[in-house]
Design a protein around this ligand. Structure first.
Ligand SMILES: CC(C)(COP(=O)(O)OP(=O)(O)OC[C@H]1O[C@@H](n2cnc3c(N)ncnc32)[C@H](O)[C@@H]1OP(=O)(O)O)[C@@H](O)C(=O)NCCC(=O)NCCS
Length: 131
């Protein structure tokens, strides 16, 4: 919300993982980010980073060991944003998306990996409580 107006949203599924073939399967301790989006007129103002930071804080606060998410291979903004917050590319699933047909890039974040909560390399954050 920005000044009382919805600017974006995200959706989770708890305790599920993204299987090799792209199916969503039960998996204790894994938080699946089903979607993340900032409305076009609010993009490029840092709100995606705020939302991603909140996702990492949510996972830490609720004890999830991993987060997984996927995006179209062409979605450079989402892949870069995930990368800024410690997500790494796990694999690519060819032909996962349709209209248009495109590969999915699956990315994962692991709790034990050092994380930069605000995406700023000058602010390393270990495995402690989110600020
Ligand atoms: C991806 C998305 C959430 C980014 O939100 P945003 O508010 O525009 O992003 P921010 O302004 O916070 O930028 C944060 C970082 O995202 C990345 N980023 C944002 N726009 C980018 C672009 N056009 N190209 C490359 N990287 C980009 C960068 O790493 C950027 O950091 P920087 O500014 O230091 O380079 C937004 O573009 C979006 O909602 N896109 C449409 C929906 C979507 O594709 N969702 C993913 C599928 S589930």
């Amino acid at each position: 919300m920005v000044d009382g107006v919805k600017a974006g949203c995200c959706a989770f599924e708890t305790h599920v993982d993204f299987a090799e073939d792209g199916d969503i399967v039960p998996a204790a301790g894994v938080l699946y980010i089903a979607t993340t989006g900032i409305l076009p007129r609010y993009q490029g103002q840092g709100l995606g980073a705020v939302l991603k930071s909140w996702q990492v804080a949510y996972a830490r606060r609720h004890g999830f060991q991993r987060m997984v998410t996927s995006s179209r291979a062409s979605n450079a903004a989402m892949i870069a944003l995930n990368g800024r917050f410690g997500f790494q590319i796990a694999r690519r699933i060819e032909g996962y998306y349709t209209d248009p047909l495109e590969a999915a890039v699956v990315m994962e974040w692991t709790r034990s990996r050092p994380c930069r909560l605000n995406g700023d390399s000058a602010s390393p954050l270990g495995s402690g409580t989110p600020r």
